[in-house]
Write a protein that binds this ligand. Structure first.
Ligand SMILES: Nc1nc2c(ncn2[C@@H]2O[C@H](COP(=O)(O)OP(=O)(O)O)[C@@H](O)[C@H]2O)c(=O)[nH]1
Ligand SMILES: [Mg+2]
Length: 320
């Protein structure tokens, strides 16, 4: 048995290895949160969550690495959660405990966590719970790298306080194709790899595509950056700061927090109901029979679900 409380209290004292192990425990079994809730559950939201999204290869990992380093050099504690398995800053499966720190100078203020194990479906829940725990541990910024495809990306606007959408020179076609989706999601648009030709063209295309859009008083920012050459990073940090100030002054920080928590609760409920279902499927013959009738086609799935829920929640009522 892992001493989860011990790990949590060591993590609270700044022990990164303990934090890493704690997050692994939570990933394997989110139920352990119950054992440490009094220690790590944030009473109030402090950390600023930055979501960084964009297609594979646009330089998200590289950008996050320099952004984290820049924030750390300003004295902030920064945690990075990369849900991209191919992420070079975490080295993917090469690292035993999947933790590494970037940079050399400010490395002790940056904690990196790669989340590539398990089903993609479970990733948002794991990422959210990890965010909550790291928030409680006093991290000022939590940066989330998400691949630009798949379902996870859709939820990023709900999870992050500030969404950075990364594009590269020549992304004009992509902007056209995904115009509605892409242009709705970002608070800050970064044209990365601006050391390459045609960055200005793409910059103008993004500015044009955004038009005069203002979302509740926030006008999305468009920046040219070269993560590789560390150009435009300070401007990016100030843009994040401006967006953060905007969220605070317009009281939207609370709104985002409520969105995040409500998504979290929803995901936990789904997780627990599915687990309960899998358990009872093995142990309860009535439920097994309903399931069999449904998969064989003699019972419709809605009626089957109603019947299964009735039995499942009846047995829950008896236990508690
Ligand atoms: N020229 C140039 N290459 C970059 C820049 N940022 C990242 N790259 C390169 O782009 C490739 C993909 O970067 P990566 O950070 O893994 O992209 P990700 O898939 O979006 O996380 C790597 O070879 C990086 O070195 C940049 O600003 N300029
Ligand atoms: Mg990456």
């Amino acid at each position: 048995m892992v001493d989860v409380r011990g790990l949590a209290s060591n993590a609270l004292n700044g022990d990164k290895l303990a934090l890493s192990k704690l997050l692994t425990c939570i990933e394997l079994n989110p139920e352990v949160i119950k054992d440490i809730a009094d220690l790590v559950w944030p009473k109030e939201h402090r950390a600023h969550v930055i979501g960084v999204t964009g297609s594979a290869g646009v330089g998200k990992s590289t950008l996050i690495s320099v952004l984290a380093d820049e924030l750390a050099s300003d004295g902030h504690l920064v945690a990075v959660i990369a849900v991209d398995p191919s992420s070079p800053i975490t080295g993917g499966a090469f690292l035993g405990d999947r933790v590494r720190m970037v940079g050399i100078r400010r490395s002790d203020r940056v904690f990196i966590r790669s989340m590539s194990t398990g089903s993609e479906e479970a990733l948002p829940l794991k990422a959210l719970l990890s965010i909550e725990v790291m928030d409680a541990l006093g991290y000022d910024y939590i940066i989330l790298e998400t691949p630009g495809i798949g379902q996870f990306n859709v939820g990023i606007a709900n999870i992050a306080d500030t969404v950075i959408l990364v594009l590269i020179p020549g992304a004009g076609d992509e902007i056209q194709a995904l115009k509605a989706g892409i242009m709705e999601v970002g608070d800050i648009y970064v044209i990365n790899k601006a050391d390459r030709p045609n960055a200005d063209i793409t910059f103008n295309q993004v500015v044009f595509a955004l038009g005069d859009v203002s979302r509740d008083g926030w006008v999305p920012k468009v920046l040219k950056v070269s993560a590789l050459q560390r150009l435009g990073i300070k401007e990016l940090v100030s843009a994040v700061g401006e967006h953060r100030n905007y969220l605070i002054s317009s009281n939207k920080v609370k709104v985002k927090e409520v969105l995040r928590r409500s998504l979290e609760l929803e995901l936990v409920m789904k997780y627990k109901v599915m687990n309960m279902f899998k358990e009872t499927l093995n142990s309860n013959n009535f439920i097994r029979n309903i399931y069999e009738s449904c998969v064989r086609g003699s019972l419709d799935p809605i009626t089957a679900t109603d019947k299964i829920f009735e039995l499942m929640f009846k047995s829950v009522g008896k236990i508690s």
